[in-house]
Every structure is written in structure tokens, then in C-alpha cells.
Design a protein around this ligand. Structure first.
Ligand code: NAD
Length: 732
């Protein structure tokens, strides 16, 4: 039989090589999309899956073996996520019907009269892996990465993964795979039993064919491990767990999931409950339970937002690839200033294969920076992201120097010296003398205008901002700031460098605070207003953490450093006097700076810090703090909801202003930048999605009710218009 679809082809199975003969009675089902570089399950591919499996089952006893393969570099990357919003918006019964139809098809595949083998090259994720679980054996190549990442989108596997995986590898491993959503390397797949064999990429197909031949040889004595009928039986029966084992596995998993994900991400906990419920069921009943539970998650607002975040990320990637199409590859970088940021940028560069010349005026700073680079790389080794040998190689890529001449051959330089206009101007001028006219020049300034710094340069077109966040190795966002004279080619080179370092760059306009800090500081001003009214900082932190922020504002300021934040606050006040000026008696930051309470680095800020057993600094409430802060004793008690409004409204209004002024072009960029740069809670989908969900009119009313507190709560005219027209930032 032959079948030629746009996504799937079925043909007689043949060994490779010119004179290879077909293997009698055996077929190959190959995923090889005509239009695209990856295999994924879009509507077309799903339709073809139904059709082709129906044809396979019509072959009856003639079929002696089936090999399932991919014609692309990866096996199947999963479902087409861009369809999720429209599919999940359908009525419950329709979503259940869609999944049940796939369940039937995969059951038909699992019931073919012959043995079936998947040969998995590269990535097999989500539905791609669930398809493989319906086959009898899986051979993976050494580059393979398998996983069920659905929880990251607020759902769990819906094509039988919750049923087959625990029956194949046991409840503990299955819970880990499903609830964490991670990708697993080939060795791990083999050790837990998701894969049956691991071979070199060039041996994959031949290995799969050898296995299929052994399996289909009816005369051969097969060990039980190769008995495909027994394997199918195992997938069909209830999970083999004693009551105590079951209790331990599921109750422990529930506690772990709650501790790891908190209250805002319902999918992993629902998955544990589902697996527990399915444990005593036959596969048929368990599949029906999966379909019912799946739809609850698919229609949850958290899923909607997490899918939006995923699509927002894809949007940024597409934009990046368009903007960097003509960028030449950077192969040698200079970093000026070996402080906190310089050391971090150098470490990130060398760990991604780029040689770095690191310049400072101080030998001590250079020595310390080299120590920090080594520590950062050491942590990558500890986490298994790099081998010791790779770390040694990376360390040889850093060259520390005090001379500008050593920068002559660099193609891109990041200036990361102290935040002082005169110092930066001197450094940029000296750099221009030292480097070639083609070298791209960037500044990591967090507050100074790029167009203003460019005035000191002879060639301002090759200059832009490149704002990394602290700590560099952990924060995914980099703002690329386009100055008045910055050339497109400069932006392209800076974007391509940031992407090479594994970061997500966003192009933003030149304004004080750029995008992220400009939106953050109004939120912090809202916080300071509450503190000056005597509201307990611990309570504010708890309320904002319950809202979903990774840490509350007091804790955040302690981590940033009170002096750094106070300086930036002054810059913001000068730039946006209508809303960002804070009266001295309410300026909590200045008060703490005066008392030397500079935050975690000083051992005391809003909190007092003490090391725990593992030596990590832990914040403790400081009873002295409230007396030190000058509070307005006449202030009224506030509710938790009012705390949220007092902080979030200034942030949202500023986000709208940034969009109005074209600091970024789209709501997606605002939302993704805040998620990646500040840790804005992803389950809320971003600031503007949150604004949409709450409703522009509702938020305008809330802000109007706080207008007596000043310009911080003034509603931008565009938002008022949107509210009046019942509009939204996003169409869906
Ligand atoms: P830092 O004080 O830790 O380091 C600055 C380094 O610059 C010091 O080692 C100093 O010796 C060196 N330096 C001063 N003058 C120099 C010169 N003429 N030539 C070479 N080196 C010189 O500062 P940092 O925190 O790393 O900040 C650096 C830049 O990054 C600043 O513009 C800052 O605004 C920005 N930034 C900082 C953070 C942060 O959280 N620290 C975050 C984002 C951006």
C-alpha cells in the first residue's frame, strides 16, 4: 500500500542503499511535511493521521511490521499551538469529541496485528511523543529529546499520555514527566523505559529496521521483553500499584507540585489527581477520564494566558529573525567595565562560545571579575549545562586588560562602566579611537539617554543601548535601545549578539527608564505611597506575591540595592515630574539610604538578612523598621484589593503610555518584556492582557477613585477612549 499526504507518507519499508530490497509485508509511515521545516500536528496532519491509520488497519494480517519515522531533523515538535485558542474556545463536548477521536485512532494504531517501532530523531514532544507511546517499541538517537511539555501551556497530555505513560514507566516517573513538563535527553529516556534502544544518529533507521525484523520473525524465540503483545496488554490494564504505594506516590506528588508551582498553575495538580483517579481503571475508562479532565484545563483562563505567552514568544522570535536577516555574525566581543554587569556579560559571552576582551581601569576589579566568570561557569557545570572541559575552554576565551589597544579586533563592544555621564562619555570617545569604524558600540546604561551619549561620538549610527538585567545569566530579557541616529544595521547586530547569548532581545525607544524600568518605577512609587501611610511592608509583599510576583516590592528593592534604586528614582522624577516626583517625607528610598540600609548587600534594608543553614541570605522582619519610616498616622486601613490597585494601576497606566509613545510597537512586546525582564506573572499573560481581562473601564474607574493621590493615577486619554469604546488591546 502507498499513501501520500501533505504531512504523512506511507510506503513499503526498504533498507537504505542503492540495491536495498523492500522488506516483505512491512510498511513505513513517515512524517515529512511538504511545507515547512518541522513536523507538527496541525489540522492537516491530524486529519492525515486518522486517514492513514484507518488504511493501515485495513491491511489486516498482510501487514508484518510498521516503522514510524520522520523525514525532518526532528521527529515531531508537538501540536500547532497557534490553533489552541480557537480550538479551546469551542463547546466542551466538541473538544472532548476531538480528543476522543484521536484516542480511537491511536488505539487502532496500537492494535495493528503486527509489531510497530518508532525511530525517533531529535525532538519528540507533546502529541509527537504520545503517538510514539501508542507504538510497541521506541528507538531513539543520541540527540533525541523527549517530553510532555503541556503543563507549561496550562494543560496536560490529552492524547492518551496520562494513560499510557504511567502504565509503561510507573507512576513516579510518569508524574515527574507530566507535572514538570521538561525535555529529557536520550540516556534518561532509556533509563526510565520510555525508549527501548539508543543508537548513533546514523544508525537510527537501520537499528529500527533490525528490531522490527527480529520482532516480526514468527519462528524466533523471543525474550519476554520483545513480546509486543504483552506490552500492549500492560498499557490496557489498570496500573499495578498496591494501595500504600499508590497513596505514597500520589500524595507526595501533590505536595511537591503545590510547593513547586504555588496556587496559580492548576494543570500540574489536576494531572496528579487525574492519574490517581485513573490508576484503578482500564485504559478505555482512563482515556475517557483524561478527555473530561483535559477540557477543564483547556478552558481555564490560565491556559488561555499561558498559550498567549507562548505565542508572544514565537512572535518575538519571528520579529528577531526578520530583523537580523542581514546581520553578520559577531565572533569577538569587548566589554568595558569589569563590575557586576561587565563580569556577567563576559561570562554569558564566553559560555556561548564568544571570545571576550574585558577592560577595566582597576586590576582588582579585573581579578574579581575573572573569579566571578569562573564561578558562573562552575554553576553551569553543577547544573549539567556544561562539561568541565567546556568550562576550561570557555575560561581561555576571556582576556583581561587595562589597555584599549587590545580591543582593536573586536566586532561589538559593550560599555558597562559606572553609571556616570562624564565617565561614560570619556570611555566612549576613547573606544572610538581604538576600534575599527565597523565595530558596533553599545552601552549597558540603565538610565542615561542613548541619544545624549551618542552626542560624544563621531559615528553615532553604530551606537545603541544594550540593556542586560541583573543577574545576567538568569534574566532572559535584553533591551536593545535605538537612539536618534542608530542605524538599522547596528540594531540588527546588537539583536543578533543578544540572541547568540541565549537572551530574548526587544527593541525599545530611547526614553528615561527605557521600557521595563520606566514601567517598574511607577509601581514602586505606588508601594512607597503605601509605606508612607504606615502599611506594613511584609503585608504588601505578601499581597503582591499572592498576586503572582516572584517577590514583593520591598524584597525586590532590597535585592536591587536602595542606593541604585534611589538614584534611578531621581532620574525618573526628573523625566516624568507630573507623576514620578515623590515628596521628601514620603521618599522611603532616600530615608533608608540615609540610614545605610542599602538592602541585601548591606545585610539590612527593608528586611534584616541572616544566612540560613546553606549560607543563603534570608530576609527577617525587622521590628525597628516601622519606627524609622516617617508614616502618616492619619492614614486609613487598606484592604488587600486596594494594595493591588495602588501598585498595579501606576504600572498599567505607564505601560499604556509606552505603547502610545511608540517606545515599543506592539502589546506583545510590552507583555513579553515585563514577563522576561521583571518576572510579571506569566499566568496573567502580561500587563496589557491583565488590563484587558480586568476591563479598561473598570481600571479607569479604579484609577479615578485614586486621582487625589496625584499624577501616578492619571488615566492616559487613549485608555479612556478604549474604555469608552469597550475595546481591548488584544483581539481575542
Ligand atoms: P559596577 O560599579 O559594579 O562596575 C563598574 C566598573 O566599571 C568598575 O569595575 C569600575 O572599575 C569600572 N570602570 C570605571 N571607570 C572605568 C573606565 N574608565 N574604564 C574601564 N572601567 C571603568 O557597576 P555595574 O553595576 O556593573 O553597572 C555597570 C553599568 O551597567 C551601569 O551603567 C549600570 O547602570 C548598568 N546596569 C547595572 C545593573 C545592576 O543591577 N548593577 C543592571 C543593569 C544595568
Amino acid at each position: 500500500m502507498q499513501y501520500f499526504g501533505k504531512a504523512i507518507q506511507i510506503m513499503p519499508l526498504a533498507e537504505e542503499g542503492e540495491h536495498a530490497a523492500a522488506l516483505t509485508g512491512m510498511l513505513e509511515m513517515r512524517f515529512n511535511r511538504e511545507d515547512g521545516s518541522v513536523n507538527k500536528f496541525d489540522r492537516q496532519a491530524i486529519e492525515e493521521l486518522h486517514e492513514s491509520v484507518a488504511l493501515l488497519s485495513q491491511q489486516g494480517e498482510q501487514l508484518r511490521g510498521l516503522l514510524v519515522s520522520s523525514g525532518k531533523d526532528d521527529f515531531i515538535v508537538g501540536a500547532d499551538v497557534s490553533l489552541f485558542h480557537s480550538i479551546f474556545a469551542q463547546p466542551e463536548e466538541q473538544i472532548i469529541a476531538l480528543n476522543s477521536r484521536v484516542h480511537e485512532t491511536l488505539d487502532t494504531l496500537q492494535s495493528l496485528p503486527c509489531p510497530t517501532v518508532a525511530v525517533i530523531n531529535g525532538v519528540a514532544l507533546g502529541g509527537g511523543l504520545e503517538l510514539c507511546l501508542a507504538l510497541d517499541f521506541r528507538v531513539v538517537d543520541s540527540r533525541a529529546k523527549l517530553g510532555l511539555p503541556e503543563v507549561k501551556l496550562g494543560i496536560f497530555p490529552g492524547w492518551g499520555g496520562t494513560v499510557r505513560l504511567p502504565r509503561m514507566i510507573g507512576a513516579d516517573h510518569a508524574l515527574e514527566w507530566i507535572c514538570r513538563g521538561e525535555q529529557h535527553a536520550a540516556e534518561r529516556c532509556l533509563s526510565v523505559g520510555v525508549a527501548d534502544a539508543l543508537v548513533a544518529p546514523e544508525r537510527l533507521r537501520a537499528g529500527g529496521i533490525d528490531l522490527l525484523r527480529q520482532l516480526s520473525d514468527s519462528a524466533a524465540e523471543r525474550p519476554p521483553a520483545l513480546d509486543f503483545r504483552q506490552r500492549r496488554q500492560q498499557k490496557r490494564q489498570p496500573l499495578q500499584l498496591r494501595p500504600l504505594e499508590s497513596l505514597m506516590a500520589f500524595e507526595t506528588a501533590k505536595a511537591q507540585v503545590v510547593a513547586a508551582t504555588g496556587p496559580h498553575y492548576p494543570a500540574p495538580l489536576s494531572a496528579v489527581k487525574l492519574l490517581q483517579q485513573q490508576a484503578g481503571m482500564s485504559a478505555g475508562d482512563a482515556l475517557a477520564a483524561e478527555a473530561k479532565a483535559f477540557v477543564k484545563m483547556a478552558q481555564h483562563w490560565v491556559c488561555h494566558n499561558l498559550v498567549s505567552v507562548f505565542l508572544g514568544d514565537q512572535f518575538l522570535k519571528k520579529q528577531l529573525s526578520r530583523m537580523t536577516r542581514n546581520a553578520s555574525r559577531i565572533s569577538r566581543v569587548g566589554v568595558i567595565g569589569a563590575g557586576t554587569m561587565g563580569a556577567g556579560i563576559a561570562a554569558q559571552s564566553v559560555s556561548h562560545g564568544l571570545p571576550v576582551v574585558l577592560r577595566d581601569i582597576s586590576d582588582d576589579a579585573l581579578d574579581q571579575a575573572l573569579g566571578e566568570v569562573s564561578q558562573t561557569l562552575g554553576r553551569r557545570v553543577d547544573r549539567g549545562r556544561m562539561s568541565r572541559r567546556e568550562m576550561q575552554q570557555a575560561l581561555t576565551r576571556v582576556r583581561a586588560t587595562r589597555s584599549y589597544e587590545d580591543l582593536a579586533n573586536t566586532e561589538l563592544v559593550v560599555e558597562a562602566v559606572s553609571e556616570d555621564t562624564a565617565v561614560k562619555a570619556n570611555v566612549l570617545q576613547a573606544l572610538e579611537e581604538a576600534i575599527s569604524p565597523q565595530t558596533v558600540l553599545t552601552s549597558n546604561t540603565s538610565t542615561l539617554s542613548i541619544s545624549m551619549l551618542a552626542k560624544t561620538l563621531q559615528h553615532p549610527a553604530r551606537f545603541c543601548g544594550l540593556h542586560f538585567f541583573n543577574p545576567v545569566h538568569r534574566m532572559p530579557l535584553v533591551e536593545v535601545i535605538r537612539g536618534e541616529h542608530t542605524a538599522d544595521s547596528t540594531v540588527a547586530q546588537a539583536l543578533s549578539y543578544a540572541a547568540r547569548l541565549g537572551k530574548t532581545p526587544v527593541v525599545v525607544g530611547d526614553c528615561p527608564g527605557f521600557l521595563v524600568n520606566r514601567i517598574l518605577f511607577p509601581y514602586l512609587a505606588g508601594f512607597m505611597g503605601l509605606v508612607s501611610e504606615g502599611v506594613d511592608i511584609r503585608r504588601i509583599d505578601q499581597v503582591m506575591e499572592a498576586f503572582g510576583w516572584p517577590m514583593g516590592p520591598a524584597r525586590l528593592l532590597d535585592v536591587v540595592g536602595m542606593d541604585v534604586a534611589a538614584y534611578a528614582q531621581q532620574v525618573m522624577a526628573a523625566a516624568y515630574p507630573d507623576r514620578m516626583v515623590i515628596a521628601d517625607e514620603k521618599n522611603v528610598l532616600q530615608q533608608l539610604v540615609k540610614q545605610g540600609r542599602l538592602g541585601q548587600k548591606a545585610g539590612v534594608g527593608f528586611y534584616r538578612y541572616q544566612p540560613d543553614k546553606r549560607g543563603r541570605q534570608q530576609p527577617r522582619v525587622d521590628p525597628e523598621l516601622q519606627q524609622l519610616l516617617v508614616a502618616d498616622q492619619s492614614a486609613e486601613a487598606v484592604s488587600d484589593q486596594q494594595i493591588v490597585e495602588r501598585l498595579m494601576l501606576p504600572l498599567l497606566m505607564e505601560a499604556v503610555r509606552c505603547l502610545d509613545e511608540g517606545i515599543v510597537g506592539t502589546p506583545q512586546e510590552v507583555d513579553m518584556a515585563l514577563i522576561y525582564g521583571l518576572g510579571f506573572p506569566p499566568f496573567r499573560g502580561g500587563a496589557l492582557r491583565y488590563l484587558d481581562a480586568e476591563g479598561p473601564a473598570v481600571l479607569c474607574d479604579q484609577a479615578d477613585a485614586l486621582s487625589h493621590l496625584g499624577g501616578l493615577y492619571a488615566v492616559p486619554p487613549s485608555l479612556r477612549d478604549l474604555a469608552r469604546g469597550n475595546g481591548r488591546f488584544y483581539a481575542s
